[in-house]
Design a protein around this ligand. Structure first.
Ligand code: BGC
Length: 759
């Protein structure tokens, strides 16, 4: 029925009208066809909330008072909750707010794999593990799309670094592509039923992703059956013929010369001259109309008749006489923004996202009753983060800083002193305004590298020392000291990667000096990607990992520090010791090798990045080569303890698919004194893994809440992929028979029970 309607409306459209629909006619909207009632599609970024309004044609914020929104914790934080329900709620907030702001498509979630710890956009992504990414992304997509707004998973595919993001060509073996980089996208399409997807900036095997037939046609459309809409990243299309002939449905970009976009007048000419078929254009328009119908943006009817145009053959004949129109539907969800519910959801996600990395001698939680003098050190205690990071920036309705959270939690009986501790130079605002436009400028791409971010001149060094000395001096006078440092969106930012994993702004010196004065100081690191803690992690007794954790982040952190909330976040990525521990970096493969003159003739790239580590990404790599990490994947402590008992494994044949499913059963008990949540993780690996086999892979997980003394039997279904491997000859996954070890634990390294299973 829907397809028929679409065909009928399509046949009414002129070539020029169709062209109008497939490219931007504003920075965040497509062209409308008013004659037939077809509206523009309205987009908005992004993963942490709905972005502020811009001028239609310029990257100039309108400065309105009505586009403040709920600020959700970043996607890494959502992943750190390991809580599918919260991921769904995060999606629901995003969807409702997008709809409330009149948007059709929210450009989120970002589900690229965190391949290198220094990628500037890691905070927008979820994990280094494809299964965990999919498990968080799917409910988030469902949450968004229940609100008549389309999620748009991005950036398809292999957009795993920001350095030269438009001009880096990714070469990767098929197996790693299929086992690591594509599964989350596949889950988004098949399980999440995502309605739209964004093509990435980079090249894949010599062809830009938005023009890439293998990615967008062979895999996405044919293999996975995606019939939603593909939009280019902003400025990611480079050739009319390649983009016109099927792959991408809508071209968006960053400049206001809309008629000159590759898929505007140049596409019109290409079709008129027979270089691109009109059939290819029709496919794009159909994908767009299908999306509009699914979002209840329009219905398709015969004018004057008000009846569904595609009900019967006679009706179709009758249409010959009347004009078929797109008409507004009245039953589309209206959405809402800045509700108390959304703020509550942001708080709940933030609470469960905080990861207690280390807690020797039960340093935490701090006891607020006895506290009279508290010293809070660190720029991040006071810094607000919502408005940074690139296209993920938003205007938060409010943002509770850690310092505010701590003060409101403690009340007036405790004197809270703040010492900045390290100096962050104010931003040059003139660079910011046109950031989005210049970020994709070919010549300027190099300037976006990180090297120049921080000044190391004498004046800065002196300032750092002054702030450090002040912090150390005050530290000895306080009952307790909390140091809140880490990164900010000068570092966790779109368009640039960090050059290394070290803490900026002389923070290592600061933390060492404070710990020397106060060995009991609590260290909080707030960041969206790993930092090196080598210089001080052994001397610190308590280390807490906090993310860009949304508008309620400061409250959540204070609740954890003072024991009102028992931390339950688990790292969705490893925190390696140093950057050189990562193979791709140690071999100088990252960020890519300059193209030879010959290669340049074949493709429009600057660099080629070979993913030579194959499937050994993140923990798969550290496990394989026995490389220690600062904190392993899945790690996260609690104020209580859990015991695991009675592991058993059961196989079931699913009658329909004739696939074997493996269920794991065990009992978990809260053996401590406070209520807490535990994420039980199951890792699967061959008893004797071959050279090309991972030692362990995440096969399933479940988060449960238990009161002191309480026990619960849980069952976890293992994902079939952990027993399979990509078979290039078959062009599909094949089960790998053999003896497997099923390891159950509280993190990758903290395995409590295990058993063998023969497949
Ligand atoms: C980013 C996308 C974003 C788009 C629109 C691009 O620079 O890569 O993630 O959705 O801009 O703002």
């Amino acid at each position: 029925m829907t397809e028929k309607k679409i065909e009928v409306l399509l046949s009414e459209l002129t070539l020029k009208e169709k062209i109008r629909m497939v490219h931007g006619d504003g920075l965040f909207r497509t062209g409308a066809v008013e004659r037939l009632g077809i509206p523009s599609l309205k987009f908005s970024d992004g993963p942490i909330g709905v972005r502020q309004e811009f001028e239609n044609d310029y990257w100039i914020p309108l400065g309105n008072s009505d586009d403040y929104v709920t600020y959700n914790p970043c996607s890494s934080a959502v992943a750190a909750t390991w809580n599918r329900k919260l991921a769904y709620e995060a999606g629901k907030t995003l969807g409702e707010e997008a709809r409330g702001r009149g948007k059709d498509i929210i450009l989120a979630p970002g589900i690229n794999i965190k391949r290198v710890p220094v990628c500037g956009r890691n905070f927008e992504y979820m994990s280094e593990d494809p299964y965990l990414t999919g498990q968080v992304a799917v409910p988030m997509i469902r949450g968004i799309q229940e609100t008549d707004v389309a999620a748009c998973v991005k950036h398809f595919a292999l957009n795993n670094q920001e350095t030269e993001r438009l001009w880096v060509n990714v070469e990767i073996e098929e197996r790693a592509l299929r086992e690591i980089y594509l599964p989350a996208f596949e889950a988004a399409v098949k399980e999440g039923k995502v309605l739209s997807l964004m093509g990435a900036y980079n090249l894949f095997r010599g062809v830009h992703c938005c023009e890439n037939k293998m990615l967008l046609e062979d895999i996405l459309r044919k293999e996975w059956g995606f019939d939603g809409m593909v939009v280019s990243d902003w400025g990611a299309v480079h050739h009319t013929e390649a983009a016109g002939e099927v792959p991408v449905d809508v071209e968006m970009s960053v400049t206001d010369n809309y008629d000159d976009y590759y898929m505007a007048n140049p596409l019109l000419a290409a079709i008129q001259e027979g270089r691109v078929t009109e059939d290819a254009l029709d496919k794009k328009v159909k994908n767009i109309l299908r999306l509009m119908l699914r979002l209840k943006m329009i219905d398709i009817r015969t004018e004057g008749n008000k009846k569904d145009c595609s009900l019967s053959e006679e009706k179709a004949d009758a249409n010959q006489a009347g004009t078929v129109m797109a008409v507004n539907r009245t039953d589309r969800a209206p959405g809402c923004y800045n509700t108390k519910n959304h703020q509550q959801t942001a708080l709940e996600i933030a609470r469960e996202s905080i990861v207690l990395l280390k807690n020797e001698e039960e340093r935490l939680p701090l006891k607020p009753e006895k506290l009279r003098k508290l010293l809070v050190i660190g720029d991040n205690a006071e810094r607000l983060h919502a408005s940074g990071g690139g296209s993920a920036e938003i205007k938060a309705l409010y943002e509770i800083s850690p310092l505010m959270g701590i003060k409101t939690q403690l009340g007036g009986n405790c004197q809270v002193t703040f010492a900045r501790g390290y100096y962050v130079a104010p931003k040059d605002v003139s660079i910011e305004v046109n950031w989005q436009k210049t970020s994709i400028d070919e010549e300027k791409a190099e300037d976006n590298r990180m090297e120049s971010r921080e000044k190391n001149d004498q004046a800065t060094v002196a300032k750092q020392k002054e702030l450090r000395d002040e912090a150390v001096r005050l530290a000895s006078q306080a009952d307790e000291v909390i140091l809140i440092g880490g990164l900010n969106h000068d570092y966790d930012v779109e368009g640039a990667d960090r050059v290394d994993m070290s803490l900026p702004y002389a923070q290592d010196e600061l933390i060492c000096a404070v710990l020397e004065a106060r060995p009991d100081a609590v260290i909080v690191i707030k960041a969206g990607s790993p930092v090196s803690m080598e210089r001080w992690m052994d001397s610190a007794k308590a280390i807490v990992w906090d993310w860009y954790s949304g508008m309620e982040g400061g409250n959540a952190l204070a609740e954890v520090l003072f024991g009102k909330v028992n931390p339950s976040g688990k790292l969705p990525e490893s925190i390696p010791c140093r950057l050189s521990d990562i193979r791709t970096v140690s071999l100088e493969e990252y960020p890519g090798v300059l193209l030879t003159e010959k290669e340049k003739e074949k493709m429009s790239a600057h660099l080629t990045e070979c993913y030579q580590e194959g499937i050994f990404v993140g923990y798969r790599y550290y496990e394989k080569y026995g490389i220690p990490t600062q904190f392993c994947f899945g790690h996260g402590l609690s104020y209580t303890t859990f015991a695991y008992h009675n592991l058993s494994v059961k196989r079931e044949q699913t009658p329909k698919k004739k696939e074997q499913s493996v269920w794991v059963f065990l009992e978990v008990e809260n053996t401590g004194n406070v209520e807490g949540k535990e994420t039980v993780q199951i890792y699967v690996g061959k008893e004797n893994p071959g050279v090309n086999e991972p030692v362990k892979q995440l096969g399933g997980f479940e988060k449960i809440s238990l009161k002191p003394g309480e026990k619960e039997i849980i069952r976890i279904l293992l994902q079939p992929l952990v027993f399979s491997c990509w078979d290039t000859e078959k062009n599909g996954f094949s089960v790998v028979p053999g003896k497997y070890r099923i390891s159950v634990g509280s993190s990758l390294k903290d395995i409590r029970l295990s058993c063998q299973l023969e497949i």
